[in-house]
Write a protein that binds this ligand. Sequence first.
Ligand SMILES: Nc1ncnc2c1ncn2[C@@H]1O[C@H](COP(=O)(O)OP(=O)(O)OP(=O)(O)O)[C@@H](O)[C@H]1O
Ligand SMILES: [Mg+2]
Length: 248
Amino acid sequence: MSQPFIRIRNLHQTFGSQKVLRGINLDIFRGETLVLLGSSGGGKSVLAKHLPVLLRPQQGEIWIDDVEITHLGERELGPIRHQIGMMFQGGALFDSFTVFENVAFPLREDKGLKESEIRRRVTEALEIVKLAEHAGKFPSDISGGMRKRVALARAVVDAPACIIYDEPHAGLDPVTGAAIDHLIKGLQRDQGITNIVITHEIRSVFRIADRVVFIKEGQVYWIGTAAELQQSSDPLLRDFIEGNAEGE
Ligand SMILES: Nc1ncnc2c1ncn2[C@@H]1O[C@H](COP(=O)(O)OP(=O)(O)OP(=O)(O)O)[C@@H](O)[C@H]1O
Ligand SMILES: [Mg+2]
């Protein structure tokens, strides 16, 4: 395989006396869909937040191509954050903004963009998630599944190279969950996007994952392909595959 797009080395994160990440090592390759599995509270969301440097580690490094990002200043992080879109757990939409304005939000940070260009890009992102006709509604007036799709459109709108999806399936019915998977795979296939997906939805794992990483107690417990996961006899992995998962 080629050089990894993202390299995480010996990453440690502690909150107070709680050691959440205890030396994570992980390579992520351009154009793959990597699924992060693991028990609730194991540190998946915390790990994800280090990639756009919303959190800084106490120890360890993250390389994106040839740039080590954990020590970059806010100004230098601008271009990094353009590369890494994030769909937050829970969506994190602005209730007082329309669907359109929620999706436009990342683009408005770039003061140089013309309104016509913003309109074009937001419309395109909303078309990908099939919400173009709902652009004028407020988050409170659409369903949970639609809110997830708005969050996805907002992660996509800035044309990132990589998108992190933190539990895109939570709270969705199986059909809507499958539609989200279809969108995620479509972004990989059609736009070459690198997908990092955190989920507890095991059906989705086998639909979308090229590789799977199992995080346990702040470390990489297991890593392999979806086929290797299917065949694994590790009791903890079997519990997840057979639906005896902790947490959700
Ligand atoms: N900003 C923070 N300050 C203090 N503790 C935090 C903070 N963020 C996360 N934690 C703690 O870190 C631990 C790991 O949290 P994290 O959200 O990464 O879990 P997770 O693996 O994403 O779980 P889930 O599957 O339930 O989403 C939790 O015990 C959480 O309380
Ligand atoms: Mg989480």
